[in-house]
Design a protein around this ligand. Sequence first.
Ligand code: GUN
Ligand code: ZN
Length: 441
Amino acid sequence: MTIKAHHGEILHCLEDPSSGDDGAWEYLKDGILIVEDGYVSGCGSAADMWAEVRKAATDIEMIEHPNGLIIPGMIDTHTHFPQCEIIASYGTQLIEWLETYTFPVEMGFSDSQKSHRIAKFFLRELLRNGTTTALVFGTVHSQSVDAFFEEAQQFNQRMICGKVMMDRHAPDGLLDTPESGYTQSADLIKRWHGKGRLGYAVTPRFAPTSTSEQLTMAGKLVENFPGVHLHTHLSENLRECQWVKELFPSCEDYLDVYDRHGLLGRRSVFAHGIHLCEREWNRLAHSGSNLSFCPTSNLFIGSGLFDLNSADKYGVRIGLGTDIGGGDSLSLLRTINEAYKVQQLKGNHLAPMRSFYLATLGGARTLDLDSSIGNFEIGKEADFVVLDYASTPLIEMRCAGNRSIQEKLFVLEMLGDDRAVRETWVMGECQYRKAVEIKSQ
Ligand code: GUN
Ligand code: ZN
């Protein structure tokens, strides 16, 4: 068996840097990451690791990564693969945006061929952007999820996806029923959940498009199939929040709608959570539920500014989401950039190591997958990305000289996007390598 030793600068988190723990992250200026059979078998200073590797009697392939930074594969905790074709659609906010752009494009995913084509496009884009794991909406059509999982198998990415459950307030071609939503989801779970690196998420779109009967069925799926995720939207837009109040008058608030149907828990991920009251923050924390902070989407469709201070104060786990096509970028570096700016507007400073954590180990914790991915602890799956300090003239200029890792990381986060991703490795195999540019004088 060949062991691969990746030599270069390495950065990963061991804890949440906001904990104040000195050992929350590890930076190796001259490091080696050892990968055996797709799993991390060592990570440390080049001097220590090289001695260790030489003891092994098997072949060792040394791979050099000069002028770059090796980081764990990034993790997108909320996005929609069928919405690739409506990214950057003009001039609407949530409800009108759904009616004008989203529902019409999702109709097309009754076609399996189209589902395969867009799924493949999306998965390749993730690799180009350094994302190795994502929690993803399909459409109401089971074939959209079959196509997504079949394509994800080709690249061996760790992916979670689910069929949308939606039995009202949408065009006929996009509706299921409480019963068909249950049986179609159950069939998909049996077909895909736990197959290789794939997982299933029970996916009611959001409270306005599911009756209480359908949400009850979603709760039954979560109960009957332990280990699946629950993935939906929560409190994104003020008009949506008012609508939920009208549709579920007996519930205390928006989160309570999901709570009464048994949808909260450690494997539940709620996208957005912008307009939450104190009771909802407390309930999210006590139920161990997770939020996905989606700054590009929240700005693009004008939904509001996420309150990271409250998430920290109440102890709610959060990850980052691109939420395309509400979001306008598949890049988690761009997402960090806008997360930083949103927090500036809220009077907070999102530190570079904290946002790096949110895109890696924090995302893994949000998805309850941190025993498998998120950093370079021994035994984890070897998903990693090589960022390029010379990927644009500006990044090169700002990273030159003797700068600290915090400074260089912040430059990559603020100025980087897909261009900053030199390579993406999945389970120890290179699945994306950027074409080399010929530099003219
Ligand atoms: N709320 C319900 N559906 C959607 C969707 O597709 N995108 C976003 N951003 N919010 C939603
Ligand atoms: Zn969304």
